[in-house]
Write a new protein. Structure first.
Length: 121
C-alpha cells in the first residue's frame, strides 16, 4: 500500500477534512503535510540535494493510513453518485457497485460503458 499514499492530492484531502475534523486538528494535519523534504539514494549514496514533496502523505507516519482511508472513501462516494448504476442480477438481487480492500478497488458493471464512465471520472 506504500504507493497508494503517494497518490493523495493534499489540497483535496484538506478540503475533505474540513467537514470531519475541528479547526485545531485541521491545522495540525495541514502542518504535518507541509514542507515535507525527501532525500533520495542512488547506488546507496544519499543525494546532496533533497527536494520538497507536495503530493501524498508521509511514509511511516501513523496518521497516513487513516488519511488515505478517508481520501479513498470520499473518492468512492464521488464515483458512485453520478456514474455507476446499481448492477442487479436477472433474479432481482442488487450487487455492490464496487468491492474495496485497502488500496484495491474493483467495480462491478454489466456494460462496458459503465466502466468507461468510471475511468473517465
Amino acid at each position: 500500500m506504500s504507493a497508494a499514499f503517494d497518490t493523495i492530492y493534499r489540497e483535496t484531502l484538506l478540503k475533505i477534512l474540513e467537514d470531519i475534523v475541528n479547526e485545531d486538528e485541521h491545522r495540525i494535519i495541514r502542518f504535518l503535510l507541509s514542507n515535507i523534504i525527501i532525500d533520495t539514494k542512488i547506488n546507496g549514496a544519499t543525494e546532496k540535494k533533497p527536494f520538497f514533496s507536495n503530493v501524498g502523505t508521509p511514509q511511516g507516519d501513523s496518521l497516513s493510513p487513516v488519511l488515505f482511508t478517508i481520501y479513498l472513501e470520499h473518492a468512492l462516494k464521488e464515483v458512485k453518485r453520478p456514474v455507476l448504476p446499481k448492477p442487479s442480477t436477472p433474479f432481482g438481487k442488487v450487487l455492490p457497485r464496487e468491492i474495496a480492500y485497502a488500496d484495491d478497488v474493483d467495480f462491478v458493471a454489466f456494460q462496458d460503458i459503465d466502466i468507461e464512465e468510471v475511468v473517465k471520472f
